[in-house]
Design a protein around this ligand. Structure first.
Ligand code: FAD
Ligand code: DLZ
Ligand code: SF4
Length: 514
């Protein structure tokens, strides 16, 4: 009997659990470009182009490997615009005996898939996503009974489970974590590694035209589209990272430089999250670089920790916390995002860089997301759900399972500190230490009050003061509160007034949301 296997846009892997053990003879793979997925938030144009082009290339590769693929295009006149509508049409075309599908990456789609069995009256088998290294059950077992879900302990368990960077039962290099060695600022360097760029082929060019026509009102630009859209090209990008950037990845992991979008980062997250690359494979390759003496332990351990630790951990949190995690707002933040989140047009050079680059390319690296954009939104008291929707829209690597815990949890403290014991807030001094942005800014990072003063400075103290009831007892903030309380009343009043004036002037409209 025939089986219908829907393959979603972030399931572009050959070793997908839904295809395991299936015969190419009795299986129809269904791939669906649908309006609802392109608009449940107004995704960045490059994100839509990347996903549709990668889907079309993957369908071609599946056909070449002998699978029967039924591919529904966005501009198909009968396209119903939703996964459920397209399943209904596919059932009429193929009359299968059952549906087998790999679990999706978000609650919204999971609910849809769970409705199919009753709705269509045929068996629907939902398989675990074996591309992740930690199952839901395993995460639950790890989390059960713990007071704090500390990533570091989860990560050590994952190291033991996979055997990555272990010498016997000891961590390679003598420590589990080399983060202390990874906080250097970088100087502009002509010999900085550059990621590969991929020229759009005929399939991508056709998608670019479609996206330009249909999604003209979505944020971001299509200009200079250079993402890899096939597994082979994504592998080439990975090869280039391991050969050129991994050795200094750790050292400069938190650094930021004007005009430099990539630094020593891998820029592989879009490919990992949509299935073109495999996380365990990347971790093993990184370890091989260390074992061969080509990359130091601080870089390799740091890189593996991001994938084996953070990536798996945030996914565990997402599914454990449930569909209403998105509504948490521990600090009761209510402000709208400033309008310039959709243009990058602000006097603050650091935000201009991070947001400008994001709108141009659909990518920013971790410290830009956390300590520039996220830090600002948190200090300014922006509604964490709006912040979440912005991140989900603008980053090419953003799917809810990974984006939401990072944004609402880690960055905005919306869950009250599930992922980190204190909010990630910092004054201008941190940004100045880790970047060369402030030298190019018309604000003065050393000033605290007045029209030239860096807004982060007053906002930082304003944040602490307004949340004293919720954060005043947090021992990791004790020093910050002591520093605040030591300042004389006039200075404190001036700082609070400075912050209030800035916040009032921040154009608090909700552009881009309509
Ligand atoms: P590298 O610096 O080269 O890191 C290696 C890999 O580790 C990445 O490719 C990624 O797969 C993984 N990784 C690193 N940090 C994290 C993390 N915190 N959570 C999960 N995986 C991690 N990452 C996403 O993949 N999608 C998102 O939507 C996303 N949203 C974020 C939102 C905020 C507010 C913050 C602070 C971080 C977010 N991240 C997200 C994590 C991180 O910023 C990106 O994974 C990283 O910038 C991707 O670039 P890269 O591939 O060059 O990463
Ligand atoms: C993000 C996205 C977009 C923009 N478009 C599609 C699409 O047309 N078809 C599809 O199958 N998937 C798309 N996706 C990815 C899905 O939204 C993703 O599979 C869900 O978020 C579940 O993880
Ligand atoms: Fe950003 Fe302040 Fe530095 Fe300007 S001075 S770049 S606003 S941290």
């Amino acid at each position: 009997a025939r089986t219908l296997v829907p393959v979603l846009g972030d399931q572009l892997s050959f070793d997908l659990s839904s295809l395991a053990g299936m015969s190419t003879k009795d299986t129809v793979v269904l791939m669906m470009e649908v309006r609802d997925e392109t608009t449940y938030v107004r995704h960045h144009k490059k994100k839509i182009a990347y996903i549709l082009s990668a889907m079309r290339h993957h369908a071609k590769a599946l056909v070449e490997a002998g699978w029967s693929v039924d591919y529904v295009r966005l501009d198909d006149p009968d396209n119903t615009g939703s996964f459920t509508g397209e399943i209904a049409r596919a059932l009429a075309r193929h009359d299968p005996a059952r549906i087998v599908v790999t679990e999706p990456g978000e609650w919204r789609v999971a609910a849809m898939i769970e409705s199919w069995q009753t709705l269509f009256g045929l068996p629907v088998e939902i398989r675990a996503d074996s591309r992740f290294l930690c199952s839901h059950r395993e995460f639950e077992d790890w989390a059960a009974g713990r007071r704090e879900l500390t990533m570091e302990f989860f990560y050590r368990q994952m190291r033991r489970k996979t055997g990555l960077l272990l010498d016997g039962d000891k961590p390679a290099g003598g420590r589990w974590n080399f983060d202390k060695d990874n906080r250097e600022a970088a100087d502009a360097d002509l010999f900085m590694p550059r990621p590969l760029r991929f020229e759009p082929d005929a399939i991508t060019r056709e998608v670019l035209v479609l996206v330009a026509q249909r999604f003209a009102d979505h944020p971001g630009s299509l200009e200079g589209f250079d993402y890899a859209v096939t597994a082979a090209d994504a592998q080439r990008q990975a090869d280039s990272f391991f050969a050129n950037a991994l050795p200094d990845f750790g050292r400069y992991e938190d650094a930021m430089l004007l005009g430099e979008r990539f630094l020593w980062h891998s820029i592989l997250s879009p490919y990992l999250n949509s299935g073109l690359l495999d996380p365990l494979d990347l971790c093993r390759r990184a370890e091989a670089e260390f074992r061969a003496g080509r990359a130091p332990i601080n870089s390799v351990e740091g890189y593996i920790r991001q994938i084996l630790g953070w990536r798996e951990y945030v996914r565990g949190i997402y599914w454990r916390e449930g569909p209403d995690y998105v509504d948490r707002n521990f600090l009761d933040h209510r402000s709208n995002l400033p309008e310039w989140f959709w243009t990058g047009e602000t006097r603050m050079q650091c935000l201009r860089e991070a947001i400008g680059q994001t709108l141009a390319t659909g990518h920013a690296h971790h410290i830009q997301r956390l300590m520039v954009v996220g830090n600002f939104a948190l200090l300014a008291g922006c509604d964490p759900k709006q912040v979440h929707e912005w991140y989900l829209q603008v980053y090419v690597d953003a799917y809810e399972w990974v984006e939401l815990p990072n944004t609402l949890g880690m960055s905005q403290f919306g869950d009250g500190g599930l992922l980190g014991s204190k909010p990630y807030v910092a004054s201008g001094a941190y940004i100045n230490r880790m970047s060369d942005y402030c030298g190019a800014c018309s604000y003065n990072v050393k000033e605290r009050v007045g029209s030239e003063a860096c807004p982060f400075n007053a906002l930082y103290w304003h944040f602490l003061e307004r949340h004293r009831d919720k954060l005043g007892q947090n021992h990791r903030l004790a020093m910050a509160y002591r520093n605040w309380d030591r300042q004389d009343r006039d200075s404190r009043d001036a700082l609070l007034e400075q912050a209030r004036t800035f916040l009032a002037g921040c154009s608090q409209t909700q552009a881009g949301q309509s």
